[in-house]
Design a protein around this ligand. Structure first.
Ligand code: NOJ
Ligand code: CA
Length: 518
């Protein structure tokens, strides 16, 4: 079941905001809704027209808010529900859209549902989570919390051991304590999930990024049970909120889009080969020129064919779970990475700060369950004032300390430098937004993507517009055979391609978008 795309997704370019670290308006050392409101014009000016906000709900913050204790109330540190509504309104006033983060797979152990479910007496929440019926039996392959409930049983966890798994049932239950997806407990969990979505959509959010969307039904190897569950959600959305957008953290677009999601992420885990691009020993976008794009492309084509034309495969620049894009790439390499990210189909997702090349900060003590991810979650660097302009709080009160390097990039310094990454990203976004062929629904055909070889070329098309994208991240001049002669250049970086004896010659460390008439 493919969902009908909300019209605004056709040219949506998302900007991901980790609310803790974006902008602290009230000076307590942590980002907040008011801070985001004050920086909306910055995001809009960059050219992004949509936001994804990491979880901003009540939580003990053992996993940066992915451990929710109340889905219906914002975390005080960011502001009230009314403040969040103001953020929705301010976003909309600027012609932009905003997605919240939906965490359907688990809660915090502090959630009242979990406290109730730990009780020995049966109650409304007894089956809200996955419990075995004896403390001595552990739910196989899932990890569990045990030994602190009156209830005799072990509770399955979904991620960290303080994140008990909500019960959506088992695909094929084979133990007495395993419920089927049609049992009352799992059905009630699903209805509650819809209530949560309804609550925030009514207040004015435009949809959700869904955490671990493929994990809900257990022992569901092919994802069939989980796909069916999301189809049920799709029917609800079609009936009540047809223009809400849904993007899954699943990493298997064929499954996710069948479940009625509009978009799925390619991720740094799973089968996508996403890491071959930017995050491996020899990334394709490194000037060393020792990378390989071919497996990424093979997998992409497989997904693209299976996913059909209507769903979007989204390639993020980064996110709060992976190393910063700039950990292994620098200078022109980063610009070339964006020339790729902003010319692929699917909705682009820019992680806050990637547009200025914010660095991965090594050596930080874990904050709120971030561990190695903490270095990708440091405060946004706005200017050259204290705390890089993120907060007026004393340095020791900051949620995570800022990058301490004297040459850390800032928005201010990058805006002042016409040759900066910021300006390149802005230029690329503007070009994408003015050419349908480059946008989210435009088609792609890979022209040149050979094993251990540069360049990398593909054709983007929509209606009768065709644009050839040629990327050569390597430091060497390279060439390839292409039967059509590119016409004018729409975008170039590092020089234009030239035609020599039937070959297209591509300058070192260059990117170009060219109109063609195939
Ligand atoms: C994926 C989220 O992106 C990550 O930050 C979180 O820790 C896990 N899911 C658990 O919710
Ligand atoms: Ca604050």
């Amino acid at each position: 079941m493919n969902a009908k795309q909300p019209a605004w997704l056709a040219d949506a370019i998302f900007y991901q905001i980790y609310p803790q670290s974006f902008y602290d308006a009230n000076g307590d050392g942590i980002g907040d809704f008011q801070g985001i409101i004050e920086k909306l014009d910055y995001v809009k000016d960059l050219g992004c027209n949509a936001l994804w906000l990491n979880p901003c709900f009540a939580s003990p913050f053992g996993d940066a808010g992915y451990d929710i204790s109340d889905y219906y109330t914002t975390a005080e540190r960011y502001g009230t529900n009314d403040d969040l509504k103001r953020l929705f309104d301010e976003t909309h006033r600027r012609g932009m859209h905003i997605l919240l983060d939906l965490v359907p797979g688990h809660t915090s152990i502090e959630h009242k549902w979990f406290r109730e479910s730990m009780k020995a007496e049966k109650n409304e929440y007894t089956h809200r989570y996955i419990w075995t019926d004896s403390i001595w039996e552990e739910p196989e392959g899932m990890g569990c919390i045990r030994g602190f409930s009156d209830r005799d049983g072990s509770c399955a966890v979904n991620f960290f051991s303080h994140q008990p798994a909500l019960n959506y049932g088992f695909y094929k239950p084979d133990k007495p304590w395993q419920q089927s997806t049609d049992d009352e407990g799992p059905r009630a969990t699903l209805e509650e999930l819809k209530n949560i979505m309804r609550f925030w959509l009514k207040i004015g959010c435009d949809g959700f990024r869904v955490d671990m969307a493929g994990s809900l039904v257990k022992h569901d190897e092919d994802g069939k049970g989980t796909i069916k569950l999301w189809q049920n959600v799709r029917a609800f959305l079609d009936a009540e909120f047809p223009s809400a957008a849904m993007v899954s953290e699943w990493g298997e677009p064929d499954k996710s889009l069948q479940g009625g999601f509009h978009m799925d992420f390619l991720l740094h885990f799973g089968p996508s080969h996403y890491n071959d691009l930017f995050r491996c020993e020899e990334p394709y976008f490194s000037a060393r020129g020792k990378g390989d794009i071919s497996e990424f492309v093979a997998k992409y084509i497989e997904n693209y064919e299976k996913a059909g034309r209507r769903g979007l495969i989204c390639i993020p620049s980064g996110n709060h779970d992976m190393d910063r894009l700039s950990r292994l790439l620098h200078g022109t390499e980063l610009k070339l990475a964006f020339a790729f990210l902003l010319s692929m189909p699917g909705a682009p997702f820019l992680y806050y700060g990637d547009e200025i090349g914010m660095r991965y900060v090594s050596g930080l003590t874990s904050v709120e369950g971030g561990y190695g991810r903490t270095g990708s979650r440091t405060p946004m660097q706005w200017d050259d004032t204290a705390n890089a302009g993120f907060s007026r709080a004393p340095e020791e009160k900051l949620y995570i300390r800022t990058d301490a390097e004297p040459d850390r990039p800032t928005v201010k310094s990058q805006i002042a430098d016409s040759n900066s990454l910021y300006h390149e990203v802005k230029r690329l976004i503007a070009i994408r937004r003015s050419h349908k062929a480059l946008q989210n629904m435009g088609e792609i055909e890979f022209v040149y993507a050979r094993k251990n070889t540069y360049p990398f070329a593909y054709l983007r098309s929509a209606e009768d517009e065709h644009i050839l994208v040629v990327l050569n991240p390597s430091g060497e001049e390279v060439s390839f055979r292409y039967k059509y002669t590119p016409k004018e250049a729409i975008y170039t970086l590092g020089g234009e391609i030239s035609r020599e004896q039937g070959m297209l010659v591509v300058p070192p460390q260059s990117a170009g978008y060219y109109a063609v008439n195939p």
